[in-house]
Design a protein around this ligand. Structure first.
Ligand SMILES: Cc1cc2nc3c(=O)[nH]c(=O)nc-3n(C[C@H](O)[C@H](O)[C@H](O)COP(=O)(O)OP(=O)(O)OC[C@H]3O[C@@H](n4cnc5c(N)ncnc54)[C@H](O)[C@@H]3O)c2cc1C
Length: 471
């Protein structure tokens, strides 16, 4: 996010501050030990499954790895429930855990064919990181990508995974047709003409209607993008954000609490020759923020003053030019837990300011930057971007740290601003609260009952989410 050199300079300067005295007590207070891992088997010898961040786990009775669509359909009919599809396990919410059957789609991966020159038919176990080079080989690309490309296509669609860009839709909104295997053992073809209701519901469906085996994806020409990363005062970023969303193909920023700074990232199409991106520097930057939290977190004014001075001096702008699939996603090697809400665009920056103020007033342990993005609208029933563009704000907690503040301090702010939660990220909403946010909520639940009358796809989390039992 900010250059390695800059991070190292700032890190070094921070160490000098420690030399001046005050750190040791604060280190002990803030730096938590590695969380204990659950046992690798349960008392019946079933093997552990865990999500990426480590906060969700289960011991499935059966693990399924179908190699064909027919095997998927057959398993949905006969395997012990709850049957939960899993992609890369990168969701933070308990969508995947099951004591029944865990179904990996990894065996159904790659491009199955093309419709015309611009629509790729893709198996849903394909990881986004595999899809980039496969599309590029045909001169095509996904129009947009999330922060990372480790997700499966099926997992990304199912939770409305998105990138950033005022005119760019979330991934599911580029799906023009899909094939859905259901618990009756059927495979339904769905698009704008055939099974239209199922198509509109299934594009964002949390693995609750069936398993999406294939999706037909609209692609764009594989253009080179010019990436710029630069830091500036947070207030300046707030003042310029709308204009930047209007001007740049992709624009996002990270507000860095306790520093008064924001890191900005833009991407724009270019014909300039490639300048590959340098090595990942996010980890250095995050480690430096963590060091400052540990050393100076006991005094917010001191931490703010030190961070402002050190970071302003150290942050070096970064530039790269390359094909979009090589630039839009990055590595996120430092694990975290996350809450992201999608807000009406007029409320986005006001909500962000409240979030930053609340963290700086009450949570000196937080050091992760807060991510701010813009997403164009679509019409999938459970898409958070349904019926209007949304501005997202995402708050992260280092994986060793307490994340209860996301629910206690941050979520009420997002809810006051009519935010809709990211389906794959932490939130506490369920039943009537979601019904109030989604005009087609009841239609989705009716369709769900029709396609899965015995509830074979429902794990305890989904039952709570859908208001079918107490959460
Ligand atoms: C480091 C990190 C960065 C992230 N960055 C972003 C980001 O930039 N933007 C964003 O929007 N989100 C982001 N996310 C969230 C992530 O994109 C979503 O949680 C996504 O669903 C994860 O994909 P997955 O393949 O791991 O799916 P999983 O977590 O394995 O599954 C998610 C859901 O999809 C269902 N599912 C999986 N495959 C299928 C299928 N074939 N058919 C039907 N249902 C299926 C599962 O049952 C489950 O309900 C990030 C997460 C992490 C950990």
């Amino acid at each position: 996010m900010i250059s390695r050199r800059g991070a190292l300079i700032a890190g070094g300067a921070t160490v000098a501050v420690v030399g001046a005295g005050a750190g040791a007590v604060a280190v002990a207070k803030h730096d938590k030990p590695e969380p204990a891992a659950p046992p690798s088997t349960d008392n019946q010898g079933r093997l552990l499954w865990r999500n990426w961040s480590g906060i969700q786990h289960s011991y499935p009775q059966a693990r399924l790895a179908p190699k064909s669509e027919d095997e998927v359909a057959q398993a949905l009919k006969t395997a012990p429930g709850p049957i939960r599809a899993v992609g890369a396990g990168h969701s933070f919410t308990a969508l995947v855990p099951t004591a029944g059957s865990l179904m990996s789609l990894d065996g159904l991966a790659g491009i199955a064919g093309w419709e015309g020159e611009d629509q790729a038919v893709v198996w849903c176990g394909t990881r986004l990181g595999q899809l980039g080079p496969a599309l590029a080989a045909k001169g095509r690309a996904m129009a947009n990508l999330p922060d990372i490309n480790k997700q499966s296509l099926g997992g990304a669609l199912s939770t409305a995974t998105h990138g950033t860009g005022k005119t760019l839709v979330a991934i599911h909104a580029d799906v023009t047709a899909l094939r859905l295997a259901t618990t009756s053992g059927e495979i339904l073809e769905c698009d704008a003409d055939k099974n239209r209701d199922i198509f509109d519901a299934a594009r964002v469906s949390l693995g609750a209607l069936g398993v999406i085996t294939q999706a037909r994806l609209r692609t764009t020409a594989n253009r080179r993008l010019h990436r710029r990363v630069f830091a500036e005062p947070f207030e300046e970023t707030l003042a310029k954000a709308e204009e930047r969303w209007a001007r740049h193909r992709n624009y996002e920023f990270y507000a860095v609490p306790f520093t008064g700074l924001a890191a900005n990232i833009t991407h724009d199409e270019t014909d300039a020759p490639a300048i590959p991106r340098g090595p990942d520097t996010d980890t250095d930057f995050l480690n430096m923020l963590r060091a400052m939290r540990n050393l100076l977190g006991f005094s917010t004014p001191l931490r703010k003053a030190a961070a402002k001075t050190l970071l302003s001096a150290a942050a070096q702008p970064e530039e790269a030019v390359d094909e979009g699939w090589k630039l839009l996603s990055t590595e996120r090697p430092m694990r975290f837990n996350e809450m992201e809400f999608h807000l009406p665009v007029d409320a986005q920056l006001a909500a962000l300011k409240e979030v930053v103020a609340a963290i700086e007033a009450k949570r000196p342990d937080v050091f992760f930057p807060i991510e701010v993005r813009r997403i164009a609208p679509d019409d999938a029933w459970l898409s958070p971007f349904n019926a209007g563009p949304r501005g997202s704000v995402a708050v992260h907690a280092y994986y060793r740290d307490d994340y209860a503040f996301l629910f206690e301090l941050i979520e009420p702010i997002f809810r006051r601003h009519d935010g809709r939660p990211h389906w794959g990220k932490l939130h506490s909403l369920h039943g009537q609260q979601l019904q109030a946010l989604y005009p087609r909520w009841d239609d989705f639940l009716d369709l769900r009952r029709r396609l899965d009358p015995d509830g074979r796809l429902l794990n305890p989390y989904l039952k709570g989410l859908f208001g079918l039992q107490n959460a």
